[in-house]
Design a protein around this ligand. Sequence first.
Ligand code: AP5
Length: 220
Amino acid sequence: MNLIFLGPPGAGKGTQACLLSEALHVPQISTGVILRNAVRAGTPMGVRAKSFMDSGSLVPDEVVVGIVEERLQAADCSSGFILDGFPRTVAQADSLDSMLARLGKQIEHVLSLTVEDDELLTRISGRRMCENCGKGYHVIYDPPKVSGICDLCGSALYQRDDDRVETMRKRLNEYYQKTAPLINYYSEKMILRPISGIGAIEDIQSRIEKVLEGSIRDNS
Ligand code: AP5
């Protein structure tokens, strides 16, 4: 099953994509994670992306399209994938359509998480990430068992540079200007599945599983 998670920063795309990836046994492809890893490693792509990410702007389309095109050709995507944070502009969505056509694949569902702005700011300001495996936590809503330590790999947790309030507002503006038009884009293709992102993480997971019910049975 080939899926996209769509939604504003902090809507829970990464949290839910991770849970669904385990349920469906397909990879979660997060352009945000790939870019942050490149920044940390100091690769040419990371150096180019850093200033955009630090300011809360989107990284240029050609950079992220290249990342996704290469990743979708990996063997672990043969029985499906979950795109988390891509596409984010209409140009990226058009590029995705073309690359999937070349690969003989298509997107089956676009899971569109809706959460209002005040809640997004609360979630983002409390977010912590594992510096090693990238798993996300929230200091109140989804804390690790031991404060500051990842449950999965025992590494230290950190706060993302772009999770400061002023950068967060820029990211939200970018979302409304450049990414929100994808709601209509995928609605017209009849593959948009709007899901309320408000409530406990497990409740949202259940809503998603309900939307995908038949497809999850087929994939497991
Ligand atoms: P990216 O890493 O993709 O960030 P984002 O889209 O802004 O999304 P977030 O990671 O902030 O939020 P999320 O929806 O995944 O929420 P999460 O599950 O973590 O991108 C970062 C930057 O990279 C961009 O600004 C851009 O510069 C660049 N970039 C990436 N992709 C790009 C692209 N395609 N094109 C151009 N540039 C690109 O949850 C948030 C917090 O809330 C967590 O702490 C979590 O524990 C908590 N939480 C989750 N669910 C709940 C719940 N139900 N209740 C309470 N708390 C919850």
